[in-house]
Design a protein around this ligand. Structure first.
Ligand code: HEM
Length: 618
């Protein structure tokens, strides 16, 4: 059978390796990071679980553990340490920049609900390198201790003595580690420029749900009956399968009451609250779709139902993300102008096999700006919209068990479309800025860490990205008046000696928003750059007519009906009423209504004439 002929690829270079090289990686015990095992590509097969074979000429691209693309080449000081200021001094401390450029507080957005930041968090989980967070949370919690000094991977954040919060505490250091790279993992010589390793697949394909490894999916998720994923029913609610072992990744579960922890192909399913919620919803949605498809196609076998349901699930996810959520943030016209969405509802095909399915290293890094829009206290409501209580989001990381007790998932689901997210301003929620990881760290400041990580990724100064995005030179602080308000320019001038010292993250924090959108213009530019690549490099992009198992026009028009509110009506817990535009707060023109009046996908569009013929023949 041709599928037995697994080929070993160098995951960094994307080229096949010899048996001898493979054995050397085995000897060094690093096949996990350095080798991709790939079965020969079949141009007509479904989107692969591991993301491989998306580009038929470069099979590894698209898979996990492959390199990221750099929009601008990286810059480092000697030894691949963060770049210095123009005058050769160290750049200002990240914690000092964060506390002096961003305020702490809570300002509710007047338009957007929590669903907006929740789906953004989930999208981020699809472009992540999760090992870089696991590293300091689980493996190296000691970077602020004496032993951290001897460990090159430790890069903790110093807290200045006059820190506005910690001058009242004894905390002078925030734990953190250097991003892992093909070099640090021993795949490439470590005297070369670090290249980060992506731990998810490179396309937006719900890999947070289905994972990036076929064997894991088969073992942990598939029932092999009617295309369904495994589920467990507890108190009438449907959950992804849970781990039965005594020790698990849900470190913040408060035992003995809270015991649930997902055992799904991707361990990140238990991570942040928003990722968790969307994993549960898309997991259930897979089965909802598979059952609907089975009803219209009784002759389809398990495999066909499974892959068709996955394909529809991904299409619904992309339709909601690209046509409902992102236009609110990026501006609909801006997205049309940049070819990220179409004005028309039919097929569109931007596929270009010269563009490889990869994420940019900048993408995940700039998406971190949304931390400033994250609300810290999740409000819980009953089904009638009566406010019950609030709970800190930072205490829900790695805590799936909380969702499964005291009807919490019902109340948090209600909160997700009733509570506003934080406003896009210069203000960050105190819990995000001072607690960050709940009980998993003594103290943590997420935006400080965001800025520090940018330095370790070797990002060029902010103005180089401005020049890339706006195609003009920025040579003095005055030139920045084009992109930010005068008081923000003054704040940067007070903190940085030279315009070329400014960090990318600091610039994006203070920038004006893109015209017609609600996000900073350089953030807009770098997201646009990546999403353009995502669409053009994905042979299986759902809007293509010419792809394996493509939708018919009638099916695509059904997918176009997908909305976040319909999704939650279909798979959310105890949701019978919601506003039709779920990312926007309920109000005039977007009143709460019964789920029955929110349009749904008609799966009759998937009726396969073959099943009718088979039935007649029987
Ligand atoms: C507004 C929604 C959010 C978005 C869009 C978002 C996005 C991101 C992205 C893209 C990363 C980088 C991942 C990587 O480099 O591999 C990240 C890191 C992180 N996020 Fe978020 N996130 C959001 C909300 C949250 C929340 C609510 C928490 C905590 C409860 C959180 C905690 C973290 C932590 C701890 C890291 C790692 C920080 C580091 O190691 O530097 N995020 N986030």
């Amino acid at each position: 059978c041709k599928f037995m002929n697994i080929i070993h690829y160098d995951s960094y270079k994307g080229t096949p390796i010899s048996d001898k090289e493979y054995k050397e990686y085995i000897k060094k015990n690093n096949t996990f990071w350095c080798v991709n095992d790939i079965q020969p590509c079949d141009p007509n097969e479904w989107r692969r679980i591991d993301g491989s074979c998306n580009n038929l000429k470069h099979p590894t691209y698209g898979a996990m553990h492959t390199p990221l693309v750099k929009v601008l080449p990286s810059v480092y000081d000697a030894g691949y340490e963060p770049r210095k200021a123009k005058d050769g001094a160290d750049l200002p401390l990240p914690r000092y920049l964060r506390t002096s450029l961003l305020l702490e507080g809570k300002v509710p957005d007047q338009m957007l609900t929590q669903l907006a930041t929740n789906l953004l968090t989930f999208i981020s989980s699809e472009v992540t390198s999760v090992q870089d967070t696991i590293n300091y949370v689980l493996w190296k919690p000691y970077c602020c201790e004496p032993r951290g000094k001897a460990d090159r991977s430790c890069t903790p954040n110093k807290i200045p003595n006059d820190d506005p919060v910690h001058r009242f505490s004894s905390i002078r250091c925030l734990n953190l580690t250097r991003p892992e790279s093909f070099q640090s993992m021993g795949c490439v010589r470590n005297d070369t420029t670090p290249d980060r390793i992506l731990s998810s697949t490179s396309t937006l394909d719900l890999s947070t749900l289905y994972g990036g490894n076929l064997d894991m999916l088969k073992k942990m998720a598939r029932t092999f009956q009617n295309g369904l994923l495994k589920t467990e029913i507890e108190e009438g609610r449907e959950w992804p399968p849970s781990t039965k072992s005594k020790t698990d990744i849900c470190l913040q579960n408060q035992k003995p009451a809270e015991t649930r922890c997902h055992s799904t192909p991707e361990v990140g399913s238990n991570s942040l609250f928003a990722v968790n919620l969307f994993v549960i919803w898309f997991w259930r949605n897979h089965n909802f779709i598979a059952k609907s498809l089975a009803k219209v196609n009784p002759c389809w076998d398990d495999d066909q139902l499974f892959y068709a349901a996955r394909d529809v699930n991904i299409a619904i996810y992309l339709q909601i993300s690209f046509y409902e959520l992102l236009p609110i943030l990026m501006g609909r016209k801006n997205m049309i102008m940049n070819n990220l969405i179409s004005k028309l509802s039919g097929f569109r095909d931007l596929y270009n096999d010269k563009i490889l399915p990869q994420q940019s290293i900048e993408m995940a890094a700039v998406l971190r700006w949304f931390h400033t829009m994250q609300e810290g206290s999740l409000k819980m409501y009953d089904v009638d919209g009566t406010y019950l209580k609030a709970f800190p989001v930072v205490n829900l990381t790695l805590r799936t068990g909380f969702l499964a007790v005291d009807n919490n998932i019902d109340y948090l689901t209600q909160g997700s479309f009733r509570q506003p997210c934080g406003k896009a301003d210069y203000i960050v929620d105190p819990d995000i800025a001072e607690v960050g990881l709940g009980t998993l760290q003594q103290a943590f400041d997420i935006p400080t860490s965001d800025l520090t990580k940018h330095r370790y990724f070797g990002f060029q100064p902010y103005v180089k990205y401005l020049e890339y995005c706006n195609r003009q030179k920025y040579e003095s602080f005055e030139d920045l008046l084009d992109v930010m308000d005068p008081e923000r320019v003054e704040m940067l001038r007070d903190r940085y000696n030279h315009i070329e010292d400014i960090d990318l993250m600091a610039g994006i924090w203070l920038e004006k928003h893109v015209r017609g959108g609600r996000i900073p213009s350089t953030l807009f530019c770098l997201i646009t750059e990546q999403l353009g690549r995502t669409i053009a490099s994905d042979r299986h992009w759902y809007e293509r007519q010419d792809r394996p198992h493509a939708f018919t026009l009638q099916q695509l028009l059904e997918i176009r009906k997908a909305t976040i509110s319909r999704l939650i009506c279909d798979v959310g817990d105890k949701v019978t009423q919601i506003q039709p535009k779920g990312f926007l707060r309920a109000g005039p023109g977007n009143e709460m209504c019964s789920c029955n009046s929110i349009r749904s996908i008609d799966f009759n569009a998937w009726a396969d004439p073959q099943c009718v013929v088979n039935k007649r023949n029987k």
